[in-house]
Design a protein around this ligand. Structure first.
Ligand SMILES: Nc1ncnc2c1ncn2[C@@H]1O[C@H](COP(=O)(O)OP(=O)(O)OP(=O)(O)O)[C@@H](O)[C@H]1O
Length: 215
């Protein structure tokens, strides 16, 4: 998968958050978007994921094997309407359905976005350490347990691109180690973009994008 930004810019009201971002993200690589609090990391990640409209510039997507995916138009590009099929996002501001148990939530999720081959819901729950809490409604989970659910939803989805915004938010040391293990085990052949200030979250990313370079 390839995602391209061409002279991309985003402003809220009169304030430009970033401008002139021309960049290509490709499968098999991991990218970190870094910068201080409030500099625009999450905003850029949401623009890349098609969740926020940019104010100027262009955004293009390509997936290999033209014609395999119904979402692809004649020139091999995806429309953002269908982008969700190819991208999974984990972010603190994306809510989960708290009235469900984790089994119910993951069952619901996989109706829209199946998990990787050979990955079952009980296995996912066990791997992220939620086996003993599988019967509880998610609203009774701690913030770190909810974050494990969000990471599991994204990382185990059978999509070529993962967007991870502050992925270790609320995780304890064991949770951070779990995150790093999941990245190592399941993400090497995908396109991963991490928005973060924390080296524990993005240390594996070979490519770095400082948002301050685009002010
Ligand atoms: N919907 C919005 N309307 C107006 N301003 C916004 C909106 N969303 C974000 N901003 C502003 O855009 C700027 C960038 O925010 P963003 O959340 O992208 O920063 P960040 O680098 O991810 O910060 P942090 O490290 O604190 O998570 C901030 O000044 C923020 O106040």
């Amino acid at each position: 998968m390839k995602i391209s930004l061409t002279k991309a810019g985003k402003r809220f009201n009169r304030d430009w958050i970033f401008r002139n971002v021309t960049y290509e993200f490709t499968t098999g690589n991991a990218y970190a978007i870094t910068g201080p609090n409030g500099s625009g990391k999450s905003t850029l990640l949401q623009v890349i994921g098609g969740a926020l409209m940019m104010s100027e510039g262009g955004l293009g997507y390509e997936v290999p094997g033209k014609g395999q995916q119904p979402a692809i138009t004649g020139n091999g590009k995806l429309s953002t309407d269908n982008l969700y099929q190819h991208i999974a996002i984990a972010a603190p501001y994306l809510e989960v359905i708290e009235e469900m148990t984790v089994t119910e939530l993951l069952t619901f999720h996989t109706r829209f976005k199946p998990f990787l081959p050979a990955i079952t819901i009980p296995k996912v729950i066990e791997v992220v350490g939620l086996g003993k809490a599988a019967h509880k409604q998610i609203r009774h989970y701690s913030s770190g347990m909810k974050q494990r659910v969000k990471l599991a939803q994204a990382i185990f989805s059978d999509v070529p691109c993962l967007l991870l915004d502050e992925p270790c938010t609320n995780l304890d040391a064991e949770g951070v180690a779990l995150y790093q293990q999941l990245i190592n085990d399941y993400c090497s052949d995908r396109l991963v973009i991490v928005s973060s200030n924390d080296i524990q979250e993005y240390g594996f990313c070979k490519e770095k994008i400082s948002i301050l370079d685009y002010k």
